[in-house]
Write a protein that binds this ligand. Structure first.
Ligand code: TXE
Length: 503
């Protein structure tokens, strides 16, 4: 196969966006950002450090304390969010092409991401206009109000699998709430986040409200988490990093919101519609080459339908077309980096060492046109023991592991036997069975006869080690708000409680 030439969208600025301008980082270092499908360098982006992060926090703190944005009416803030959505839609092709070049995902997926990002801005624009606090009548002649104030300055740290989408789940509600922020994209995929900074500026945000600083987690990221001027830390990424961040934030009792991925079981019971269940099992695990926090990478198949399911899934998986994301024929792109591919391959070896059998894939593609990218063939592993590491740990690649289960109780027990609890799917024709299962599944999202759908209106987040707090929905806005109780006494009178009795 010959590779098609890549698209050439206008590249974003390569310098941090601080206090309303793109300005060089203090040390002037650069990091080359390359396309995971070809290895080609896309842009040399500023490799900022802690001092740049601190400068950005200073700008956000000043902007917040000045109150121009924090005290703007919800209607005024909503108008800016609406403009952001409109500008994103105007530039949809550019954003999608940048995301595909940077992450390797097929253009159709990047276009979907962009549409959802615009929708998230519109959703929070509408929500903040209609979400007030509470009013209680306390004493006679008084009112007790519960108001929702912006939580302050937010540090946002995002991963590489959905760079723009993950940023929007934080930026849109934080801005709607009236917060100011510093956002650090993954050092692997900063392009669309830098382009978003341009869009936010064009939409008319006051200087200092939105700041973006590129650089490593260990320098810029760590500085953003430990800075005492930051009120909220919102992080999406790996569990180990999330734990480090939560510990650091706990030292100064800062609020944290953590989305940490998981090990998501897909339970297919004996009475399921096997044709649809097998088809959706492919979506569940191979979407974005499995680099999805809610990937359904762990198939728990009832023994009565196990063999038929494995046969159906493998036949289709063997035909998945790998390629560069800008080729319309491509169904699956590469992994994010060569290092990540090695990690995924390590899990394939570990599964076999634990006693599982390789049913499909496991190798890199032979096509010489793909050697420049971090590609891995769609892989199906069967007979995975439920008590090993692979059944519990996130692989984050195009690898489906299959365990054989005996009926609902067995499936539920195995599904819950992990430390994480982000999302689970259950396939059965019986709603009764699905409802009973959902009561027992310890997961933040449960899909019945489906896998993956989510909406801005519904909360997204995990039980157990999968995270703290929720993104999207009303809860996603509350992550960036503080409740303030305001007591108004219209009829003050002396209490006479102290020293008022004698002459
Ligand atoms: O994530 P990291 P990595 C999972 C997936 C993957 C694993 C590791 O299983 O294999 O995590 O991926 C920043 N202080 N997910 O190593 O390191 C970093 O710069 C502050 C699931 O790429 O967690 C980046 O911006 N920040 C996940 C962000 O954290 C720090 C999506 C995420 O990187 C930091 C991605 C520090 N000390 C991976 N160290 C999901 N939930 O969807 C790193 N960072």
């Amino acid at each position: 196969m010959n590779l098609r030439p890549p698209p050439t969208p206008r590249l974003p600025p390569a310098d941090p966006y601080i206090d309303g301008e793109f300005r060089p980082s203090a040390a002037g270092e650069r990091r080359e950002i390359s396309c995971p499908a070809t290895g080609r360098v896309l842009l040399a982006v500023a490799e900022a450090h802690a001092e740049d992060a601190q400068l950005a926090v200073s700008a956000a703190r000043r902007a917040f304390d000045e109150g121009k944005w924090a005290n703007a009416s919800p209607r005024a803030r909503a108008a800016v969010l609406e403009s952001v959505a409109t500008l994103l839609e105007r530039d949809a092709v550019r954003f999608a092409e940048l995301e595909t070049l940077d992450t390797g995902k097929p253009l159709a997926e990047s276009r979907d991401d962009l549409a959802q990002v615009a929708d998230v801005f519109r959703y929070y624009a509408a929500l903040v206009r209609s979400t007030g606090g509470e009013v209680n009548r306390a004493e006679e002649g008084s009112l007790s109000l519960t108001l929702l104030r912006p939580a302050g300055v937010v540090s946002m740290i995002t991963p590489w699998n959905y760079p723009l989408l993950q940023a929007s789940w934080k930026v849109a509600p934080a801005l709607a709430a009236g917060c100011c922020f510093v956002l650090k994209p993954s050092e692997l995929t900063p392009l669309t986040t830098m382009a978003l900074a341009e869009t936010l500026a064009e939409a008319g945000l006051p200087d200092g409200v939105a700041n973006v600083v590129t650089g490593a987690g260990s320098s810029v990221g760590a500085a953003l988490v430990s800075d005492p001027r930051v009120d909220v830390v919102s992080f999406t990424g790996g569990i180990e990093t999330g734990r480090v961040i939560a510990r650091t934030a706990a030292d100064r009792a800062a609020r944290v919101a953590l989305e940490l991925g998981g090990k998501n079981p897909n339970l297919i019971l004996a009475d399921a519609d096997l044709e649809v269940a097998a088809d959706r099992a492919l979506d569940a695990v191979f979407f974005h080459a499995g680099q999805v926090c809610s990937a359904g990478s762990r198939l728990l198949a009832d023994e009565k339908v196990h063999d038929e399911l494995v046969a159906r899934i493998s036949a289709r998986a063997a035909r998945i077309r790998l390629g560069v994301g800008w080729d319309p024929e491509t169904e699956m792109g590469p992994l994010i980096s060569a290092a990540h591919r090695e990690k995924v391959e390590g899990y394939v070896r570990l599964a076999l060492a634990e006693g599982a059998r390789l049913h499909l894939g496991g190798d890199r593609p032979a096509d010489p046109a793909l050697v420049g990218g971090a590609f891995l063939l769609p892989t199906v592993i069967v007979d995975l023991p439920s008590d090993g590491r692979v059944a519990r740990e996130e692989i984050f690649g195009p690898v489906l592991t299959v365990e054989r289960v005996r009926g609902l109780d067995d499936a539920l027990a195995r599904a819950n036997a992990t430390d994480t609890g982000l999302a689970a799917g259950i396939w059965t024709r019986e709603l009764r069975t699905a409802l009973r299962a959902a009561e027992r599944l310890r997961f933040g999202t449960v899909w019945w006869n489906d896998f993956h759908p989510y909406f801005p209106e519904a909360p997204w987040g995990g039980f157990k080690s999968s995270g703290v707090g929720r993104e999207l929905g009303r809860s996603g806005l509350r992550e960036y708000q503080e409740e303030q109780h305001l007591y108004l006494n219209a009829d003050p009178s002396p209490s006479g409680a102290f020293g008022g009795r004698g002459p």
